[in-house]
Design a protein around this ligand. Structure first.
Ligand code: ARG
Length: 400
């Protein structure tokens, strides 16, 4: 008896997930492996990947385009929540996992599979995200993670694959571990494992080096409706096109690089480089529009929600009741977050230089120091008397 009969395997076309196919069949007694490659705008050619799965022993090779859902259902809510893990990482990789998990569960149910497999090792966040998401969507499906158990080195994995006709990588494989999708690149390992080492320029694929960026600033205008970006330079753009165009424009000015040491859920600190041009600028612009359209108390309270929201996404709890509850809060706050933000891109910097909204709470008559001033200055005195009262009482006590 094998560990499972029919398995849906999350498939990338790389050595590890390819080796999973014969491994599941030969070592773990699985009878049938169906692979599923998700297209999330990573830029890979998918037809060769589809064929490679079949050549590696899959009985069926599915390729599913999830790009639009990725932007609409994953990225946009994260933008509304200004989601930045540890205040920096816009979760480009983490956001993809719940969607892939959903595709895997749907396929498993459709094809009557009793297990889902993935190629994650035991050291990362992604295994947690897959396992927890799959369990949330269908707790009756078994989860198999061969790479968490097989204890093969890179060379041994390649040699194992060769026995089953899986070619070893043609290019000398990159020293880095990459994860790419429409929202960004995550790059780790190799020389980057030393947090003191500056990342070599050639690791970057989506953002230009400052030396190569234009010598003139570029201004862009991003229009939001209820917290969702809908226009670029006054033109309506579809969700996917918006991200694509912004990645191009923003990356061209060298904006969107992040170099950080982050805390993984499983307790390890890791140094990761990210490139998330569109996503970074969208969050920056969105947060700025909120400063114009949300009241002070909602803005301040939302900061705490955003922090928790980011941790939930990072920690794989996308399909949790807490996430659903926070979604409701965030969505409610976005009702009036409609307007336009003007961003200046220049030499690695994105700066918000203007914002406007029909729902703006900014009042010129209240803010101005000029002759149009409408604010009742005298009223401030009574307010300050009451506001400072507890502190004065406390201070008086300390003196006696
Ligand atoms: N540290 C990031 C996360 O947990 C990315 C993980 C994948 N990174 C990679 N370079 N393969 O979301």
């Amino acid at each position: 008896m094998g560990r499972a009969t029919k398995v849906v395997l999350a498939y990338s076309g790389g050595v590890d997930t390819s080796v999973c196919i014969p491994y599941l069949k030969n070592e773990w007694g699985v009878e049938e492996v169906i692979t599923l490659a998700a297209d999330l705008g990573q830029g890979d050619e998918l037809e060769p990947i589809r064929k490679k799965a079949l050549a590696s022993g899959a009985s069926e090779s599915l390729v599913i385009d999830g790009t639009e859902s990725f932007v609409k259902d994953c990225a946009f809510p994260a933008i509304q929540a200004n989601a930045l893990y540890e205040n920096r990482y816009p979760l480009s990789t983490a956001l993809a996992r719940p969607l892939i998990a959903k595709m895997l569960v749907d396929a498993a149910e459709k094809y009557g599979a009793d297990a889902i497999a993935h190629g994650c090792t035991g050291k990362g966040n992604d295994q947690v995200r897959f396992d927890v998401s799959i369990g949330a969507l269908n707790p009756n499906i078994k989860i198999l993670a061969p790479a968490r158990e097989w204890k093969m080195s890179r060379e041994e994995t390649i040699a194992y694959g060769e026995k089953f006709g899986i070619p070893s990588p043609v290019k000398k494989s990159s020293p880095y571990s990459l994860d790419r999708n429409l929202l960004g690149m995550a790059i780790e390992a190799g020389i980057l494992e030393d947090p003191w080492e500056e990342p070599p320029e050639d690791i970057y694929l989506m953002t230009k080096a400052i030396a190569d960026t234009p010598n003139e600033p570029e201004y862009i205008e991003i229009g939001f409706e209820k917290g969702i970006p809908v226009t670029l330079n006054s033109k309506a753009v579809s969700p996917v096109a918006l991200i694509q165009q912004l990645n191009q424009i923003v990356g061209n000015h060298g904006v969107g690089r992040i170099d950080m040491v982050e805390n993984r859920l499983i307790g390890i600190k890791s140094r990761e480089i990210y490139e998330t041009p569109a996503l970074s600028v969208l969050i920056q612009a969105h947060r700025d529009l909120e400063s114009l359209t949300l009241t002070a108390d909602v803005t301040h309270y939302k900061r705490g929600i955003e922090e928790t929201y980011s941790q939930i996404i990072y920690n794989g709890q996308w399909y949790s009741p807490l996430k659903a509850a926070l979604d409701a809060f965030v969505l409610n706050t976005q009702e009036r977050v409609t307007g336009v933000v003007r961003v200046k891109l220049f030499k690695g910097n994105a700066t918000v230089v203007g914002r406007k909204s029909e729902n703006s709470l900014y009042s010129f008559d209240l803010a101005t120091y000029g002759s149009d001033d409408n604010f009742d200055h005298k009223a401030a005195e009574g307010f300050i008397y009451v506001w400072g009262l507890p502190t004065r009482v406390w201070s008086q006590k300390g003196r006696s």
